[in-house]
Ligand binder design. Structure first.
Ligand SMILES: C[S@@+](CC[C@H](N)C(=O)[O-])C[C@H]1O[C@@H](n2cnc3c(N)ncnc32)[C@H](O)[C@@H]1O
Length: 290
């Protein structure tokens, strides 16, 4: 009996190779210019794998050809977004960093309520989840606001979520959350969600959805909807070098009203880069009045 020869799949040279150092440099420069994200030389294999996936999807042959293609695309082009999806992490979940949200719902919102009842502040709040990915942070805020403030009459609260990923923002606008994304939601807050058609998923109720809106925004650019009472900027500065961190923080800080609060990751080292802020916690800073 003759054994048929094993036929190896035909791979194009592009699929077999890695980006060269010069190509890595050019990709890194383009990514940095457009997003502020720093791609280190250690990411050569990762970047090669991710670009190779886009070569397969688009049918473009070769790393140079794809780079040329990317350079011509406007920031909101679906292919640019697909490429960004490949090189960024969208990991997020509701009530991530529980301690911060315990402070938000047990201290911050009750203090706002108390101040409004004593006529010391308006019953109006504006929050921004900057780099919101699929919106989990914004819906976390919406749950807390629904539980703590909205039972009291007259409150007007708006929560904006923004991200550079168009796919992420679209998902945030039409949200469903997995059991995994819901794992830290306090049990009595499940009343703000319905089971989705797929019973393993949860959907925020319309009243929760009314509080939030989402749009594409690059943190390297100033934001037009301001001022905010509180901004959450977490798990994104880690991608930036000092220069782009500075630019992002300048944009975010000037979007806060005097007295407004910035929530960051505890280990993201923003304290040394903030001027005119009071440190309340390693992860919480208040913008001082001018
Ligand atoms: C790991 S997620 C963080 C999500 C959420 N803030 C959290 O902590 O759970 C990082 C997000 O940053 C976004 N991002 C990266 N660079 C950005 C930029 N220049 N402007 C806006 N968003 C950016 C990515 O698209 C991604 O969704």
């Amino acid at each position: 009996m003759t054994v048929p020869p094993v036929v190896a799949p035909v791979l194009s040279p592009a699929e077999l190779s890695q980006v060269s150092d010069a190509q890595l440099d050019q990709y890194a420069r383009l990514i940095y210019e457009r997003t502020g994200i720093r791609v280190s030389p250690q990411k050569k294999t990762l970047l090669s794998n991710r670009v190779r996936r886009r070569l397969r999807e688009t049918g473009i042959d070769g790393f140079d050809g794809y780079l040329k293609h990317l350079k011509k695309l406007p920031p909101k082009d679906p292919e640019w977004d697909a490429f960004l999806q490949e090189i960024t992490t969208h990991e997020t979940f509701l009530f991530r960093d529980e301690g911060q949200w315990a402070w938000f719902r047990q201290e911050y919102l009750p203090e706002c309520l108390d101040a409004a009842q004593k006529d010391k502040r308006k019953k109006q709040l504006r929050f921004w989840s900057a780099a919101c990915s699929t919106g989990d942070e914004a819906y976390t805020m919406a749950c807390c606001v629904s539980a703590c403030l909205l039972p009291h009459p007259g409150w007007n609260v708006r929560i904006l979520g923004t991200d550079i990923g168009i796919g992420a923002v679209e998902q945030a606008s039409d949200p469903v959350f997995s059991e995994r994304a819901m794992r830290l939601v306090p049990k009595d807050y499940y009343r703000f969600f319905n089971k989705a058609k797929d019973a393993s998923l949860w959907q925020p109720k319309p009243n929760l959805q009314k509080l939030v809106s989402f749009r594409h925004h690059n943190l390297l650019d100033p934001i037009r909807e301001l001022p905010f009472d509180l901004v959450v900027l977490k798990n994104v500065l880690i991608y930036f070098d000092a220069e782009s961190k500075k630019r992002v923080l300048a944009n975010v800080c000037s979007a806060l009203r005097p007295g407004g609060l910035l929530i960051s990751g505890a280990a993201e080292g923003v304290a040394s880069m903030l001027q005119g802020f009071q440190r309340l916690q390693p992860w919480l800073h208040r913008r001082l009045p001018e």
